[in-house]
Design a protein around this ligand. Structure first.
Ligand SMILES: C[S@@+](CC[C@H](N)C(=O)[O-])C[C@H]1O[C@@H](n2cnc3c(N)ncnc32)[C@H](O)[C@@H]1O
Length: 202
């Protein structure tokens, strides 16, 4: 069953188009991306279109059904990609070897956010940046937060492990970066809101 679920999720994600607000956030977030870039959970590759063509892009995508969509997108853009396997809980990169780590809509799904953040800090060079765009939990006590709690078990099943109600910003802030800049904002996406975007410097 998990295979069908992952296949359907990949099919769905490959058809999602960035809306205007997402496009403007991503353009701003990704404009200074350079050097060696490790993208965590690139899915069907919607972010490739925003990156400069002279970076070295490495992706870690555990859902194999995403790979054909990602390769199609890379071919369309003429963008060279290198997919690597997760090594248990470890990111497949040497200590202090990466200039930028990118994550969009991924921290909602990973089994352990704190251990992934520790891995991100490990692989970044000193001064390297973690750049993120994520949906997060609504404010505690709000009607939307209660709704997210009720919906979460079903959402997690259909969304391949996606959680609606994670306070992801607290984990980023506690991860040991020297500087963290986070913008909180609301996009009109029902229970998949609000969002955070920003960067953290090692
Ligand atoms: C909602 S999709 C987002 C895909 C893409 N980043 C985007 O913005 O469209 C979440 C992605 O995270 C991946 N993922 C889940 N757990 C992961 C992990 N531990 N490490 C890396 N990627 C993971 C999933 O396979 C999936 O492709």
């Amino acid at each position: 069953m998990a295979g069908i679920q992952k296949r359907l999720f990949a099919y769905f994600m490959a058809r999602v188009q960035d809306d205007e607000l997402t496009i403007s956030h991503k353009r701003r977030l990704f404009k200074d991306i350079s050097g060696t870039v490790l993208e965590i959970g690139p899915g069907a590759g919607p972010n490739l279109a925003y990156f400069p063509s002279d970076i070295r892009w490495i992706g870690v995508e555990p859902n194999p059904h995403m790979h054909p969509y990602l390769h199609q997108q890379a071919e369309r853009l003429g963008f060279p990609v290198e997919l690597r396997e997760l090594d248990g809980k470890q990111l497949p990169a040497e200590d202090a070897s990466v200039d930028h780590v990118v994550s969009t809509l991924v921290l909602c799904s990973v089994p352990n956010q704190a251990s992934l953040l520790a891995e991100i800090v490990r692989v970044l060079k000193p001064g390297g940046r973690f750049v993120f765009f994520e949906h997060v939990a609504a404010p505690r006590g709000s009607g939307l937060r209660r709704y997210q709690g009720i919906l979460n078990p079903a959402w997690k099943w259909f969304g391949d492990g996606c959680n609606l109600n994670r306070e992801t910003w607290t984990v980023i802030e506690a991860a040991g970066f020297s500087e963290v800049q986070i913008e909180h904002f609301r996009m009109p996406e029902g229970p998949v809101a609000p969002h955070i975007a920003g960067f953290a410097i090692k």
